[in-house]
Design a protein around this ligand. Structure first.
Ligand code: ARG
Length: 402
């Protein structure tokens, strides 16, 4: 048996290298996909090889992650249950794709990942792998071995697996689109997350006393420049993470419905994601019609749920994106946001495709909106409502009549 293992360098997947060798006599190839987590990839490789991996791959997928996953999420204003920008969820299909590529190259028959049996990530990894290559078997050792953290530590000690002395009390997953923080005291939803849970964002009460204004340019619905400088996509997201994080923007704390039915308390910090989605939404309001905005909300939500639920490669996603991309042709322009003590607010927006017409909306008397027409409009607009109300009243349908 030859296994390609998604390797993070953490305790679970390190134990896995040994466990796969011992339990299955497997040959293990490890893969670490760089999606923008802060990691010493040389060290991760070294650790994998020392624990017995036959070969290790470090794959830089940052650009692909932004282009093919983050950008569509911005276009879809993707916030699961109105809060979560899908940072972890978006990376899973990409990591799966890379694992399948390595498995093919290495002639491996099995792919293993470190997700538990209780979360969404197992569903995302396995749905993608099974669809991309039905011949590959999937192993989820954590789901099988059922070790408590202590048992795992004992096993690690026995096998000479290095354990960080000051290991984090949290379970972390990080990439360019944000950082998920789970476990430990966060499991009690009645308690405020302690400050040590956060890394990308400063405590909003300690953020700078002066607000910072940032101008973001969008073209075809995606950000291309910050403060008039064009940046490559990866640098743009990283830079915004820094800027917004410095002002404490992007902290999220909510109760989330996992696909497997569990309600969980989730804490995230996603400074760039929160800022960009807020700016993008506001620009859309300037350039899209009311009809488009209403319909797009439904499309966006469906796209977001599909992604959260691990169905990235379901054809419906691309069907929805066809609609979304069509609308984004006009999502071009500039948005200025104000970052201040944990909040991001849009303070200015402009676009050559703007539908806003001050000559119509102004309260000044020179408005070109002919108010005399409103009278007739209301007559017609209210026709059926008035008729129905009176019919109910005449028939004494009390429940409907005040
Ligand atoms: N609840 C989030 C999701 O399902 C975050 C998952 C984070 N994963 C992790 N291994 N800590 O997308």
């Amino acid at each position: 048996m030859k296994v390609v293992l998604a390797y993070s360098g953490g305790l679970d997947t390190s134990v896995m290298i040994k466990w796969l060798q011992e339990k299955y006599g497997a040959e293990v190839v490890t893969v670490t996909v760089d999606v923008g987590q802060k990691e010493d990839f040389g060290e991760v490789e070294h650790k994998a090889l020392r624990l017995g991996a036959k070969k290790h791959y470090t794959i830089d997928a940052k650009e692909e992650f932004v282009r093919d996953y983050i950008f569509p999420a911005i276009m879809a204003n993707a916030l699961y249950e109105e809060k979560y920008p899908l940072s972890s969820a978006l990376s899973r299909p990409l990591i799966s794709k890379k694992l399948v590529e390595v498995a093919l190259k290495e002639n491996a028959d099995t792919i293993a990942h470190g997700s538990t049996g209780k979360g969404n990530d197992q569903v995302r990894f396995e749905t993608t792998v099974m669809s991309l290559n039905p011949k590959i078997k999937v192993l989820a050792p954590v789901r099988e071995w059922n070790l408590s953290r202590n048992e795992e530590l004992v096993y690690a000690k026995e096998k000479g697996i290095p354990i960080k002395i000051k290991s984090s009390p949290y379970s972390i997953d990080q990439n360019l689109w944000g950082r998920s923080i789970e476990a430990g005291v966060l499991e009690d939803p009645s308690l405020e997350p302690p400050e040590d849970a956060f890394e990308l964002t400063v405590d909003p009460t300690k953020a700078p006393d002066n607000p910072e204004y940032v101008k973001i340019k969008f073209e075809n619905g995606v950000p291309t420049a910050i403060n008039n400088s064009y940046l490559d996509s990866v640098s743009l997201i990283s830079y915004l993470n820094e800027l917004a994080g410095k002002h404490g923007v992007g902290r999220i704390d909510h109760i989330e419905d996992r696909l497997v039915g569990i309600k969980s308390r989730e804490v995230y910090e996603c400074p760039a994601a929160v800022t960009l989605i807020e700016a993008h939404k506001e620009l859309e309001k300037l350039v899209l019609t009311k009809n488009e905005l209403m319909f797009k909300q439904l499309i966006d939500q469906t796209w977001t749920n599909l992604t959260y639920d691990g169905l990235w490669i379901n054809p419906l996603r691309l069907d929805l994106e066809a609609f979304i991309k069509e609308t984004q042709k006009r999502v071009y322009g500039e948005v200025k946001v104000k970052l201040f003590k944990g909040s991001v607010s849009v303070v200015s927006r402009s676009s050559p495709y703007s539908l806003y017409d001050v000559a119509l909306s102004t309260y000044d008397s020179q408005s070109k909106f002919d108010q005399t027409l409103a009278k007739g409009f209301i007559e017609i607009w209210s026709l059926q409502t008035r008729a129905a109300y009176n019919a109910m009243k005449n028939n004494k349908l009390e429940a409907y009549v005040q």
